[in-house]
Every structure is written in C-alpha cells, then in structure tokens.
Design a protein around this ligand. Structure first.
Ligand code: AQP
Length: 345
C-alpha cells in the first residue's frame, strides 16, 4: 500500500519544537513543554527542537534570537528535559530540515497553504508584505517532523491544522513516488491546557509575541509579576459555577480554571468542585500561589543555567550531532526516491 502509511509501521518516535521568537510563556509550558517532559519520562525516544529557522519567518533581531535560543534551551532543561534522555538541539544546526523543506515545497500545493489560518493571523491585513518563509512555514514544519520519521507530535490546539498538512504531505509524497517512506504522523493534543488564552482577552491565545506583556505569564517572570498579572487578569463578576457548562460563555473564567487544572494536574471539573460558588477574589490568589510555586523553581534554574552559555551551546551541539545521525540516512534515502544523483558517497 502506498500513500496513507500508518505511523504504526515505524518505530515510535516523538518530535516537537518551539520557536525562539521570544521567551517561553505559560501557554508554551502547559500546551507543549510540560507534556514534552511527560513523554520523555514515558520512555519513548523524544526529539525536541528549538526551531530558530521558523522564528525568522518574522523579523528577529539577531542578538535577541541568539539569546532567546539559549534561554529557551535553559527553559527546556529547567522544566525537566534531560539532554541525555531526549535529543535537544536547535534547528539550524541540522541541514536536513531545510533540505527536506525544499522537497516538501515541491510536494505541497499552493491551495493547501492558502487555507492555513496561522498564516492569515500572522500576516495580518498586509499579506503581500509577509515573508515567503511565513507562507511556507507549514512545509518546514512537516520537514522537521518527517526528517526523523516521527510517529507522534505533542502540540497545542493551535498547531492542529499544520499537523494535518504534515499528514497530507506525507500521504502525497508516498503516493507520488509509489512508496511508503514517510509515516502519517499522529498529533497528540491533550489536556485542559491545549489552548491557554491571553489574560487580557479570552478569545485570543496566549502568545510570546503579543505586544502586551500583561497578556501572558513568562517563564522568566518573578513571583510578584506572576501574582500581579493574575490579579489583573480580565474576568467577570460571577462566582464560579458547579459544572463546566456554566463556563460555556465565560472565556476568561474558563481559561483561569483550565490553567489551574493543568498546573495542579487535575481535571477542570475537580477545580470547580473545590471552588464552585466562590468569586475571583478568592480564586485568583489561590491560582497565583499555585502558579508561583510551580514556575518559580523553573525560573530560578533557568537563571542558573544561563550563567554558563558555553555549556548550553555544548549541549545543543551534542544534541544536533545525535539528531543528524537520525536525519542523514533518512535524507539520503529520500533524495534517492526523488531521483537526485548523489555520487559523492
Ligand atoms: N497559548 C497556548 N496554549 C497552548 N499551547 C500553546 N502553544 C503556543 N501557545 C500556546 C504551543 O507551544 C508550542 C510552540 O509554539 P511555537 O513557539 O512554535 O509557535 P506558536 O504556537 O505560534 O507560539 P506562540 O507563543 O504564539 O509564538 P509566537 O508568538 O512567536 O507566534 C506549540 O506546540 C504550540 O501549540
């Protein structure tokens, strides 16, 4: 069979990435990073990438990009990614990502890209002025994943459409070249915090590039900043309801309940069982305490790790060597399938 090669034919391997387009947010932590750590500790092979080439699809000041990449590596390690257990590296150090992205640019169709809502959101009103890289972003993301034959990808809800496109690219490649070379990767979108929303507007996702710092909690925020942002988070005057149905039209309230649940590792229903009937005057200080006690150790460890950037660079380099060892033979075989002459081996 060609085309829809089920991921089960392949050795289980998890891949995911985060763009160093700013500092890590609570959204990145709960929607992605915290789950990356859980997956690592389940014993599956895990490959985690700081996708610096994705970051430059929107202008990045070089000095800040370098800093954000190292700080993000520190954030991953501080949150529990063990660079011995997981492969941790930055994307630009492994050329397979860019090489496979070009092949996928030739597999993906313009019509598919035109449907991507993230491009529409990020390009804004002036699409003509957006970079070509921003438009082609999903093909590079497919390359990130498929250069490792990854079978599963933990992401937040906002990446669902890109994951579907990755599957479409794998299916079309396999079909066009009459092969079963690429797995059809399964997204892992789970938990109460698959979509953490802005603290200022419950209809927008929390984002590291939101111009308002009050909209997000950064992993580098100190205890006072975290407590102040939660205190000022937009809510409504109603007490918390007994069931989730009661949060249906209360986006901001639902967001804070979901954040509490994800930080406490409980279901949102359990949070309501504890706080039903209470107003935000009671709930917000409890949430702030929980957020501070969960995030402060991570932020302190990040600061420690950032004292030695040479060591961070060494770890990223070592991770890149390990990543390359997986991706290089996959790329070679891919070139062969496509019909490229590779005579220097
Ligand atoms: N608000 C969120 N809730 C849950 N998950 C989230 N993720 C991001 N924001 C939230 C998840 O974090 C991972 C990495 O995302 P990314 O950095 O590659 O890009 P993004 O989704 O565009 O994240 P940001 O913070 O909004 O970055 P900018 O502002 O640069 O665009 C993904 O798994 C994502 O789902």
């Amino acid at each position: 069979m060609t085309g829809a090669t089920p991921a089960t034919k392949f050795q289980p391997r998890i891949f995911s990435g985060i763009q160093p387009s700013g500092g890590l947010t609570l959204g990145n932590y709960l929607g992605a990073l915290k789950r990356f750590v859980e997956k690592q500790d389940e014993g599956v092979e895990t490959v985690y990438c700081l996708v610096d080439m994705h970051a430059i699809t929107i202008w990045q000041e070089p000095r800040k990009l370098r800093h954000a990449t190292r700080e993000m590596a520190a954030g991953f390690i501080a949150a529990g990614i063990d660079p011995e257990k997981s492969i941790l590296f930055n994307q630009s150090q492994v050329s397979a990502h860019a090489e496979l992205a070009w092949i996928f640019n030739c597999v993906a169709r313009v019509g598919w890209m035109n449907r991507m809502t993230q491009f529409k959101d990020k390009a804004g009103k002036d699409k003509e002025a957006a970079s070509l890289g921003l438009y082609a972003y999903p093909a590079l993301m497919a390359a990130d994943i498929l250069a490792y034959h990854a079978t599963h990808v933990p992401v937040g809800e906002d990446q669902r459409q890109h994951l579907e496109l990755t599957r479409d690219i794998a299916i079309k490649f396999n079909h066009d070249y009459e092969t079963d070379f690429f797995p059809v990767t399964e997204p892992l979108i789970e938990g109460a915090a698959a979509r953490v929303m802005s603290l200022r507007d419950g209809t927008r996702k929390m984002s590291k590039s939101d111009p308002s710092d009050q909209s997000r909690i950064n992993l580098t925020d100190d205890a006072d900043a975290i407590a102040q942002k939660i205190r000022k988070a937009r809510t409504d005057p109603e007490p918390l309801p007994e069931t989730l149905d009661g949060l249906a039209d209360r986006a901001e309230a639902r967001n804070l309940v979901n954040i509490y649940a994800a930080l406490a590792n409980v279901a949102p229903e359990q949070v309501l069982a504890e706080f039903a009937g209470q107003g935000f005057g009671v709930f917000k200080p409890k949430l702030a305490d929980l957020a501070v006690s969960s995030l402060s150790p991570i932020s302190a460890r990040m600061q420690d790790l950032m004292q030695d950037v040479t060591e961070i660079d060494r770890l990223l380099g070592r991770g890149a060597d390990r990543a390359e060892a997986i991706a290089t033979p996959i790329m070679e075989r891919c070139y062969e399938i496509v019909g490229m002459v590779r005579s220097r081996r």
